[in-house]
Design a protein around this ligand. Structure first.
Ligand code: DGL
Length: 264
């Protein structure tokens, strides 16, 4: 089964997989969540790059025709280095979000929020400046957002007060557009929007990523002609934990999650 391969450090990439499945219902999809080594957001560029290469090699063994790096941290650190070294197209989540944000911003002040690694890499900033050098970028790491989402804390006073603190620099900078530069952050959209105000556009790149994948597969004549794609889910540890969180990220239950050793 020739499939779209998707990987993430864990469960968060399901927000991207969900959108790919919605826009490309006839495509087979293989998802790999590196749950044995999550989180990537606090690890070094070298480590995240090594993990990403191993994940790609695992997916290539599953007969994939395109790979989506659904993790922002991996897209930031690894993609610029490894992108052209494989026999299939590799799509990250940074570029599609950047394009949408630059297009959406009226005042040319864009905020970016992500893991410590993503923000430290400055990849968003570099790509935004490539699109439009006049844009002023304010980038802030929000490391507590990932555990909040995984614990199911999507509202309440604790989340609100942490979010207010994190988002204050974006308010002060007067951004009119904010990129949700982490797989988990779309689940905190109501909190983030509430703090920044309805005049600020929040960019969740999943839709744009799926659209890009569709475009590439169409132009390379790789779209599946059959009906009803099949979806397989692999993890490197703790399939039960992954399944229990899947409902929140994917909007439906995922059964038959298989544990594999990917770093061989
Ligand atoms: N998937 C990661 C990202 O989008 C967040 C979780 C992690 O730190 O591994 O950056």
């Amino acid at each position: 089964m020739s499939a779209i391969g998707v990987f993430d450090s864990g469960v968060g990439g399901l927000t991207v997989a969900r959108e790919i499945i919605r826009q490309l219902p006839n495509e087979n999809l293989v998802y790999f969540g590196d749950t044995a080594r999550v989180p990537y957001g606090i690890k070094s560029p070298q480590t995240v790059t090594r993990f990403s290469i191993e994940n790609i090699l695992f997916l290539l063994k599953q007969d994939v025709k395109l790979i989506c790096v659904a993790c922002n941290t991996a897209s930031s650190f690894a993609l610029p280095v490894i992108k052209n070294n494989f026999r299939v197209p590799i799509i990250g989540v940074i570029n599609p979000g950047v394009r949408e944000a630059v297009y959406a911003s009226q005042n040319k002040r864009i905020g970016v929020i992500g893991t410590k690694g993503t923000i430290k890499s400055r990849t968003y900033e570099t790509e935004i400046k490539q699109f439009d050098p006049k844009v002023k970028v304010t980038a802030v790491a929000c490391p507590l957002f990932v555990p909040f989402v995984e614990e199911g804390w999507l509202s309440g006073e604790v989340v609100l007060s942490v979010a207010r603190k994190y988002l204050n620099p974006l308010k002060e900078a007067g951004v009119d557009t904010v990129i949700l530069g982490c797989t988990h952050y779309p689940l905190l959209k109501p909190v983030i929007q509430g703090i920044l105000g309805s005049q600020v556009t929040l960019i969740d790149s999943a839709k744009q990523v799926a659209f890009e994948i569709k475009k590439i597969l169409a132009s390379e004549e790789l779209l599946n002609r059959g009906k009803g794609g099949k979806h397989k889910f692999y993890v490197s540890d703790n399939p039960e934990w992954f399944s229990s969180l899947a409902q929140r990220f994917m909007g439906r239950k995922i059964l038959n999650v298989k544990k594999v050793d990917n770093n061989v």
